[in-house]
Write a protein that binds this ligand. Structure first.
Ligand SMILES: [Mg+2]
Length: 281
C-alpha cells in the first residue's frame, strides 16, 4: 500500500521535462524506504506472492544480532542494452552506413524500432536485422554516455564489499556469437564473466535493486519481487505495450504503471542507491 501511495505521488513526466526524481536527499523512492529505515541495515525487499510467500530474511534490532550492525552487500541486477550498451545507436549507425540515411533516437519512441525504421526507409528492416547477427556487431556497440565511468564506480563499490552486481541481458537469439560477445564486452570493462546472465526472463532473479529500460521487465520483476525495480529512461521506452512473457513464452497479464519512476541519468542512479540503501560509492 505504501508503494502504491508513493507511486501515485510520483507521476511520470515527459522525458527531460523534470528534474532527476531521486536527486533530493529526503526522497524515499516507493517500495524501498523501509530498507533504509531498518536499523541502517540493507534488507531484501518484501517478496511477492508469485515465487516466494515467506518473509524476506532481515536481521532486526530485537534479534540475536542486537547491537551488531548486520551488513551484507546490496545486490544489484542491471540490464545491458539501453543502460550500459547503446544498442539503438549501433543500429542507427548501421542504417546510416548501409543507406546513407540517419534517424535520431528520439524518432523511435517504443520497442518497435525496426518497424519504425522500415516505415521511414522501406527495405531496411531485414537488412538491419541481418546486420545485427553478424559476428562482431554486439562487441562493437558503444557504451552509453557515462556507462564506463559508472561501471568503474560500481566495481570499486564491489571491491569494498558494498554491492554485488549482476548484469541480466536478453540475448539476440538468432546471433550465434551474441552471448560470447556480450560477455566479452563487459569483461573488457572489468567485470567477471560470471556476472553476466543471458536471459530474457529476468523476474526470477532476486536482488535489492533491479534496473532495466524495458517496461515489461520492470512490470514482471516488480510483481515477482514486490519492489525495488526502476525503469531506465530512454527515447525508445516512452510508449509501449504491457505484454510480458514468462519462461515458457506464455503471455502474462501484467499491467505496467506508466507512472513508474524513471532513472534519467547515472547521477539519478547513484542518488537512488544512496537514498534506498545508504550505499555511497
Ligand atoms: Mg535493455
Amino acid at each position: 500500500m505504501e508503494r502504491e501511495e508513493a507511486l501515485r505521488a510520483s507521476p511520470a513526466s515527459p522525458r527531460g521535462a523534470t528534474p532527476a526524481p531521486y536527486a533530493g536527499r529526503d526522497l524515499e523512492p516507493p517500495g524501498t524506504s523501509a530498507l533504509a529505515k531498518r536499523s541502517g541495515a540493507p534488507c531484501r525487499a518484501k517478496r511477492g506472492p508469485l515465487l516466494d510467500a515467506s518473509p524476506a530474511p532481515c536481521p532486526t534490532q530485537s534479534g540475536p544480532l542486537k547491537g551488531i550492525a548486520p551488513m551484507r552487500p546490496i545486490s544489484l541486477v542491471m540490464d545491458a542494452d539501453g543502460v550500459f550498451v547503446d544498442f539503438v545507436g549501433g543500429v542507427l549507425d548501421a542504417l546510416e552506413e548501409m543507406s546513407g540515411e540517419r534517424m535520431a533516437p528520439e524518432e523511435l519512441p517504443d520497442w518497435q524500432i525496426f518497424d519504425r525504421i522500415e516505415a521511414r526507409f522501406p527495405g531496411q528492416k531485414k537488412a538491419l536485422r541481418d546486420r545485427v547477427v553478424v559476428p562482431g556487431f554486439c562487441e562493437s556497440l558503444r557504451p552509453t554516455p557515462g556507462a564506463e565511468e559508472a561501471l568503474s564506480r560500481l566495481r570499486a563499490m564491489e571491491e569494498k564489499g558494498k554491492i554485488e552486481l549482476l548484469i541480466a541481458t536478453s540475448p539476440w537469439d538468432t546471433s550465434p556469437t551474441w552471448m560470447y560477445e556480450r560477455t566479452k564486452w563487459f569483461e573488457k570493462r572489468g567485470l567477471h564473466r560470471h556476472q553476466i546472465i543471458h536471459t530474457a526472463v529476468k523476474h526470477p532473479i532476486r536482488a535489492d535493486v533491479f534496473v532495466d529500460d524495458k517496461p515489461e521487465h520492470i512490470a514482471a520483476w516488480q510483481k515477482a519481487n514486490g519492489g525495488g525495480a526502476y525503469l531506465w529512461d530512454t527515447p525508445h521506452n516512452q510508449e509501449g505495450s504491457t505484454q510480458v512473457r514468462d519462461s515458457k513464452d506464455r503471455t502474462l497479464d501484467l499491467s505496467y504503471d506508466v507512472r513508474h519512476p524513471r532513472l534519467r541519468s547515472w547521477d539519478d542512479f547513484f542518488s537512488l542507491l544512496k537514498a534506498t540503501t545508504g550505499v555511497v560509492g
